[in-house]
Ligand binder design. Structure first.
Ligand SMILES: [Zn+2]
Length: 300
C-alpha cells in the first residue's frame, strides 16, 4: 500500500495522529507534582509516589512504585535526605537509566534553593544519632520564592528531556510566576498580624515559613528532627513556652496529636494542625490552594 493510501485509511478509521507523546514526570511529593503540572501542562503526565497526607520521610516502598519509576522520563524529588529512607532502592530497582543520578531525567530540587539549617557536624555522624535532616532542612517547598526556583529548574529539566517544548515551558513558567507574585502579596498581607508571634513546632518543618512570615520559632517537640520526644525534653519545652509566652504549636496532620495537644495545653498555647503538602486534604489540589490553607490554618 502506498503512503497516501495509508494516510487515507488512517483518517477514514477516525484516528487522530498523535502530535507528541507526553513526558512522564514522577515526583516524590504532591507539591512537586503540582508544580510540574504548572510548568508542563498538556505536555506532561505527572504522578507522585507519595500522598500529601503521608509523612514524606517514611513512605512505604511498594512494588507498584518501581513500575511507575520504570516508565518515567523525569524523576523530581526534594533531596537533602528527605526521601533517603525509601527512594534510592526504588530508583535502583526501576532499572531505568534515564532517571539515575547524573542523567537529564534526574532532578534534585534542593539544588535550586537556598538551604537553611545546614549543620556543621558531618552528615554520617548526625544520621547515626537519628537526625533525619543531616544535610540541612528539606521542608523548603511552601516558601513562594522556593516554589518559583523549583519551577524554573523544572522548566530547564523538561526542556532537556523534551527540547521541542522549550517555548511552551517558558510560557507556562512565566504565567505561573505572574500568578504566584499576586498571591504571595495577598498571603503576606493576610499574615501580617502573625509577625512576631512565638511558636513551637512538632517537627522542624516550618522554619522557612517562619522566616518568611516573621514568626519566632522557639523550640520543637522532637529534640532532633526525627527523634521522638522524651519526658524531660517535653517538660523543659513546656517551661520555656510559659516563660516566653508561646502562642502557637504547629504540626502536620500525620504526626500524633496527643502529645502536641498536651504540650499546647500545658504551655498555654493553641495547636494548629497545618497541611504541608498538596493533597494533605482533598480540597488542596495545587500550590495556590496549599498556600491559602496554610495561611488560613495559621490565622484560625
Ligand atoms: Zn523533616
Amino acid at each position: 500500500m502506498k503512503m497516501s493510501a495509508l494516510v487515507f485509511l488512517w483518517a477514514w478509521l477516525g484516528f487522530q495522529p498523535v502530535a507528541w507523546a507526553k513526558v512522564r514526570v514522577v515526583t516524590t511529593i504532591e507539591t512537586l507534582a503540582a508544580l510540574a503540572r504548572e510548568v508542563g501542562r498538556e505536555r506532561v503526565e505527572v504522578r507522585s509516589l507519595s500522598h500529601g497526607y503521608e509523612d514524606p520521610h517514611v513512605v512505604q516502598a511498594k512494588p507498584s512504585l518501581v513500575v511507575t519509576l520504570n516508565r518515567a522520563d523525569l524523576l523530581v524529588y526534594v533531596g537533602l535526605d528527605l526521601e533517603a529512607g525509601w527512594l534510592p532502592p526504588l530508583v535502583l530497582q526501576s532499572r531505568n537509566g534515564k532517571i539515575q543520578r547524573g542523567q537529564p531525567g534526574h532532578l534534585d530540587c534542593s539544588t535550586a534553593v537556598k538551604v537553611e539549617d545546614v549543620p556543621s557536624a558531618p552528615a554520617d555522624q548526625l544520621r547515626a544519632l537519628g537526625d533525619v535532616h543531616p544535610l540541612g532542612n528539606p521542608h523548603y517547598w511552601i516558601l513562594p520564592r522556593n516554589a518559583l526556583a523549583v519551577a524554573k529548574r523544572m522548566a530547564e529539566s523538561l526542556t532537556e528531556v523534551d527540547p521541542s517544548g522549550a517555548d511552551a515551558y517558558q510560557k507556562n513558567l512565566a504565567d505561573f510566576a505572574r500568578r504566584l507574585a499576586a498571591r504571595q502579596t495577598e498571603w503576606e498581607r493576610r499574615a501580617a498580624p502573625l509577625r512576631g508571634v512565638k511558636i513551637v513546632s512538632y517537627h522542624k518543618s516550618w522554619s522557612y515559613l517562619a522566616g518568611w512570615l516573621g514568626l519566632q520559632e522557639l523550640g520543637y517537640i522532637e529534640p532532633k528532627p526525627g527523634v521522638p520526644s522524651s519526658t524531660q525534653h517535653t517538660a523543659q519545652l513546656i517551661g520555656l513556652m510559659k516563660k516566653q509566652g508561646v502562642k502557637l504549636v504547629l504540626e502536620e496532620s500525620f504526626y500524633p496529636h496527643n502529645l502536641a495537644k498536651l504540650v499546647a495545653d500545658k504551655g498555654g498555647a493553641r495547636l494548629a494542625v497545618l497541611p504541608s503538602d498538596v493533597g494533605a486534604t482533598p480540597a488542596i489540589r495545587d500550590y495556590f490552594e496549599l498556600g491559602d490553607a496554610v495561611i488560613t490554618g495559621l490565622l484560625e
